[in-house]
Design a protein around this ligand. Structure first.
Ligand code: ADP
Ligand code: MG
Length: 252
């Protein structure tokens, strides 16, 4: 409390795996509209924290509150319905579907929720969904692969596809776990540009990232996790000059 415009509040979260403290005493506030980067060495607990936020893991203690709703205890699809979308470290796309079909799926399932009782209204909505999907696919740079099956794509392209599947949901909060991992530099830069563009739309983003070029290009604020604890928090300028951060990274 105290920060009026915070949209995501992680409150005293703990998570252990068979005695290993993956997360301890984690408190973190994300402000409305900001891009908040979570950085830290391998094994620091970054993905665990993201999985707690999206309902894939239950914390042993503590809570995650988004936009006034307690997410802790809710199922992943319920959290998604509240406006939270995520890109996982290992991309999860429908391998047997094409790029276009993959991007249409989240929007179609949302539509089917709305139009369950009126299939004729749903019919008209499909064309609009297809058009928006094509536009988003263009924006993430996958237009040349529109009709390719996802199983044939590289890991970096699958991650861009997963991002497109998030964007068509128009989430309030987008969580990204290493969105540029496995991408060539040109694709990384294109992803940075894309994420900057989304930022102009006012969406709040939490980005876990290893690549400091990406972090410093995008982040408004940075939290540093090491050994399951937040060891530093601040603006990119503050983090760059923080001796604890240098130490945590040099020890990697
Ligand atoms: P990061 O994403 O920062 O690299 P993770 O959150 O993936 O770190 O992992 C944090 C720690 O928790 C690591 O030591 C990892 O081995 C452990 N861990 C993560 N998930 C599990 C799991 N499902 N079962 C057991 N240990 C896990
Ligand atoms: Mg990870």
């Amino acid at each position: 409390t105290g920060i009026p415009d915070k949209v995501l509040h992680i409150d005293d979260v703990h998570k252990s795996f068979a005695g290993l403290h993956a997360l301890s005493d984690v408190d973190l506030d994300v402000r409305q509209g900001e891009t908040h980067a979570i950085i830290g060495p391998n094994g620091a607990g970054k993905s665990t924290l993201l999985n707690v936020c999206v309902g894939r893991l239950k914390p042993d203690r503590g809570a995650v509150i988004f936009d006034g709703d307690t997410l802790t205890g809710k199922a992943p699809h319920e959290i998604n319905q509240l406006g939270v979308a995520r890109v996982f470290q290992t991309p999860e796309v429908f391998l047997e579907l094409t790029v276009l079909e993959n991007v249409m799926v989240p929007a179609l399932s949302k539509r089917d929720g709305h139009f369950k009782l009126n299939p004729f209204a749903a019919f008209g909505a499909e064309k609009a969904i297809r058009e928006e999907a094509i536009e988003i696919i263009h924006n993430v740079g996958l237009h040349a692969q529109l009709n390719d099956v996802a199983s044939s794509m590289s890991r970096g392209d699958k991650r861009r596809l997963e991002l497109a599947m998030c964007l068509i949901q128009h989430p309030k909060l987008l969580l990204l776990d290493e969105p540029t991992a496995g991408m060539a530099r040109a694709d990384t830069n294109a992803t940075i540009d894309l994420l900057k563009k989304i930022k102009e739309g006012g969406m709040t983003k939490v980005i876990i990232e290893h690549d400091m070029h990406v972090v410093f290009s995008l982040a408004d604020r940075i939290s540093v996790l090491a050994g399951g604890r937040i060891i530093a928090q601040g603006t990119p300028e503050q983090i760059k000059n923080d001796p604890r951060v240098k130490e945590a990274y040099l020890g990697e």
